[in-house]
Design a protein. Sequence first.
Length: 251
Amino acid sequence: MKKFFFVFLCSNLAYWIAALSRGYVSASSSIVIEGILYFFLTWWLLWKYKDDGESIVRILFPLFFGLFWLELPYRIVGINDAGLYFTMFHLLTTPIAIMLSLYGYRQRNYIVSIIGIVCWFLLALVGNVYWTEYAQYGSLESQINLSGQTVIDVEGKKVSIDECQENYIVIYLHTGPLFDLDKHPEFVKLTNNPQVRFVESLEDIAAFSPRAKHTPTIIILNDQRDVVFKGSIRFATYKLKNFLFNQKGTE
C-alpha cells in the first residue's frame, strides 16, 4: 500500500501542475506539459521500482488512478457543460504518453520510441486544434438551406439572401462587439473576392453553434444557399480558399 499511495500522490501532483498551467498557457501547451510530466514520471517510477519483482500493473494502476480520480467525476457531473469539451483532449494524449514511456523503458527500441514521440507531439499540437474547433462549433449534422432568409447586418440593414448574386455568402455571426478583422488579413482578402458576399450579422447564433456563446462564428453558403461550413475564422479561411480556388463549394 505504501508504494500505491506514493505513485498515486506523484501522479496527482503531476496532474495538478499541468491543470494549473492551463490558466497561463494555451490548451495545446498544457497538453504537452502534462504529457511530458507523465512521460518522465512513468520512466522514473519504472526505474525506481525495477528490482521489486512485482507486476507492472502495481505501478500503472495508481498512476492512472492519480490522473483520473478527479477528472472523470468532474466530466460526469458536467457532462452537459459545453465548456468541458475544450479540455478533454488530454484524456487521450496523456495515457498515450504514459504507454510510450513504458514501451521505451522496457523495449529500449529508441528508433520506434522517437517516432512515437514525434507522432505524439503532432497529435497533441495539431490534433488539439481540430478538437477545439469541433468542441466549440460542433459539425454540420444535416443540410441547412437558408434560401428565403434575411439577415440584419450591424448597420441595421436587411439583406435578402435570395437577392445576392455572388457564388458564396459569408456570414459573420457574433453576439457582442465586432472582433478585430484586421488580425485576419487573409480572411478579409478572400471575402473581398467578387464571388463572395460578406455580411456581418448580429443574429442569434444558437441555431448554428449552440456551444459558441461568446465566440464569433463564420457561416458559408454555396450558390444553392446551403450551409457548407460553420466554424472559426481560422478554419473558414482554409475552407473559403478551397472553395474559391478549387471550386468545390457545391459538392
